[in-house]
Each structure stands twice: as structure tokens, then as C-alpha cells.
Design a protein around this ligand. Structure first.
Ligand code: ZN
Length: 182
């Protein structure tokens, strides 16, 4: 695996369906991957990115909604409260937006990039982003939340993505139509 140059993997790449494995010990290699993931997220105007989205099936995520960068290893949902519904996009599923109902406030336990245990109390958008990224770690993407009407609406786009995946892969300059890119 070439980890020196990470790139975004697109639906229906099988890595997005795989359950990511836990990181046993946070190493220099993990720190390098997390830094590169953060850079890639910023380059693509994203607010969150999970390691499977760059082809690495390990439990690492980054997020930044404008109030600081989180680099988290083995994140785990400790508690959740309330509900909110936001329209979410995904850097791995370009030009598809789905309204997803999630918890409004969550507490996440994780390791930071030095291996220290951290607890994050997130509300609103950050709670949404962290839940979206933790979904990626268990092989779940936004299209898995599509209801019947969503499926009708995005059917053509998903077929296009499947064709592009088979042929030449997607260029990374695809236009992004959703406000939230995670
Ligand atoms: Zn995503």
C-alpha cells in the first residue's frame, strides 16, 4: 500500500464497505496518515474524513467544522441524546446528498494522535460529522440511509459512479453539490 500519496476512494470501492480494524498502538505511521488525511480533507473543502475513504481500513478519522482539527483513533460512541436531521454529502460519493437523522448530542471516546485518551462532547454539526465518520469505520456510507424516494432520485448518479469506478475511476475534480462534505 502506498501511503505516501493518499487519494480519495469513491463509491462503490469495496474498501468503503469493509469494517475497519482497530489501531493497536498509535505510531508515527498513524500520525503521518492522520496529517495527510487532514490535508486531503482541507484540499477538498471537507469537514470530515475517515481512513477507509483513503483506502486504509483502520479506525482513524479527522474532522474540522471550523473550530479546530480533531485527529481521532479508535473513536467510540459513549452516549447520545436528541435527534437532528441534516443533509449530508460525502467526499466518496460525489454529487449525492441525503438527509440523515442522527443524534444531536454525543459523547465520543477516542485516542488522540499521541495515543492519549480523549473524550469529546459534540453537539449539532460536529456530532453529525463524527457520527458520519464513525459510520465509515463500520463500512456504512450515506447511500445506506437512502429511503425509497432518495433511491429513485440518486439511482442515475449511483449508476454513473459505478460505471466510472469500473472504467477509469473518478477524477478528483468532480463538482461537489452538497454543502456538507464529509
Ligand atoms: Zn463520508
Amino acid at each position: 500500500m502506498k501511503e505516501t500519496e493518499l487519494s480519495i476512494k469513491f463509491f462503490p470501492d469495496p474498501v468503503l464497505k469493509k469494517k475497519a480494524r482497530a489501531v493497536l498502538e498509535v505510531s508515527q505511521r498513524n500520525r503521518e496518515i492522520l496529517s495527510k488525511m487532514a490535508q486531503l480533507m482541507y484540499d477538498h473543502s471537507g469537514i470530515g474524513l475517515a481512513a477507509p475513504q483513503v483506502g486504509i481500513s483502520e479506525c482513524m478519522i479527522v474532522a474540522d467544522i471550523g473550530s479546530g482539527l480533531y485527529k481521532l483513533v479508535n473513536p467510540r460512541l459513549v452516549s447520545k441524546e436528541g435527534t437532528q436531521t441534516l443533509e449530508e454529502g460525502c467526499l466518496s460519493v460525489p454529487e449525492v446528498c441525503i438527509k440523515i437523522r442522527r443524534a444531536k448530542r454525543i459523547v465520543v471516546s477516542a485516542l488522540d494522535d499521541t495515543g492519549k485518551r480523549v473524550k469529546i462532547e459534540a453537539d449539532g454539526l460536529l456530532a453529525c460529522v463524527l457520527q458520519h465518520e464513525m459510520d465509515h469505520l463500520r463500512g456504512k456510507v450515506i447511500v445506506d440511509y437512502a429511503n425509497f424516494l432518495d433511491k429513485v432520485r440518486i439511482k442515475k448518479r449511483l449508476l454513473e459512479l459505478k460505471k466510472k469506478y469500473k472504467n477509469e475511476g473518478l477524477s478528483e475534480s468532480e463538482t461537489k453539490s452538497c454543502k456538507l462534505q464529509l
